[in-house]
Design a protein around this ligand. Sequence first.
Ligand code: SAM
Length: 265
Amino acid sequence: MISRLEEYEKMFRLEGQLWWYRILHERVEESIRQRFGNRRDIAILDAGCGTGGMLDCLHRRGYTNLRGIDGSAEAVAFCHERHLSVTCVNLNDLATFEPEVRYDVIICNDVFCYFNEADLPPLITSLAHRLKPDGILISNNNAFNVFQGQHDIAVGVIRRFMLADFDQLMPAAGLYIAYATYWSFALSPMILGMRQWQRLQLRVGWRKPEEAQSDVYMPSTWLNEILYRIVKSEQKLLRRTPFGSSLFMVVDGHSQALRSIGDRG
Ligand SMILES: C[S@@+](CC[C@H](N)C(=O)[O-])C[C@H]1O[C@@H](n2cnc3c(N)ncnc32)[C@H](O)[C@@H]1O
């Protein structure tokens, strides 16, 4: 969970505008459309929905069957300001949340990083149990330890990921990684430079860990737009890129997973 309440407030205020969130929300919506076409009535759960920016984006695009859960009462209160259907639930107790309901899509963005080695496999298994047979899990995660910086401290994450971390975790839960890419490749030198600078500030004592700042802040409007366009162009040109501070995955549920394995066999 994020211990600093101001981080939820910043997320709530900026997630509709900041290039990074816009890219992520659009990418999630494109993945849903690729699988379900123009259907807007599919059941979607945002697990660890934060302050509701993703759900709000999907609502604006016409999706009608949206649910969210988050373990933070503060985050849920922000979601309610947006009139979203969100409940305060710890993801460790997902099995007890409306147990009869299954979803076409479960979104779980930047949440796995709060789960340790022991707790992540049960979480992925319980997400898999809540998917319909043809459902998909969409998950963005922070990637590569080299991108650790003050941002990680400020938002309280405990780990970063590589695609290889999921190679066994997903199949063990009956899931199959249908698509994965790191992003943003083009911006990674800039982000790497910033994060290394943040680490140096901590190392030499120019900034204390308790003063660490997240990267959730609004740059100037023109810079925000340029960063958005760079990443958008990258996505149009390259379907997959090998490096970046985030890892985006589309994961197939049970029946698609079996079909994919059958295709390979
Ligand atoms: C970095 S935020 C991401 C929020 C949102 N998914 C997004 O993409 O903006 C991580 C979210 O996971 C939630 N979270 C972390 N651990 C959780 C747990 N055990 N149960 C429920 N929510 C949890 C936090 O409260 C926070 O809202």
